[in-house]
Design a protein around this ligand. Sequence first.
Ligand SMILES: [Zn+2]
Length: 112
Amino acid sequence: MAKMFERLRDLVLGGKCEDSNGTAPALVIKVRCAHCGEEIATRVEKAHALQEQYEADSEGEEPEITGYLLQKELLGEKCQELVRLTMHFDPCRRLVKHEISGGELVEVVESE
Ligand SMILES: [Zn+2]
């Protein structure tokens, strides 16, 4: 139960994630469509869009959050080619790596 509270506190206050990077509530992600070159921007709320990733449950212990995953499909206005983006975040919600198909990642900006 104490651990549960700790986790809640971590979520609310950022806990051990003191680095200000990654603590903004939202991200603005900009990609460029490989098909037509259009830049497509999207805003995601971390609290809703990021899926928690857990360590494999061992010995009935509470699983630890090992990071977050964001999967996004973006569609511009100039063509019908989807840009598929997968982003991996560490437990402090900092971007670790990304995979993209149908386009390229232009920028990711932390947003209020
Ligand atoms: Zn396009």
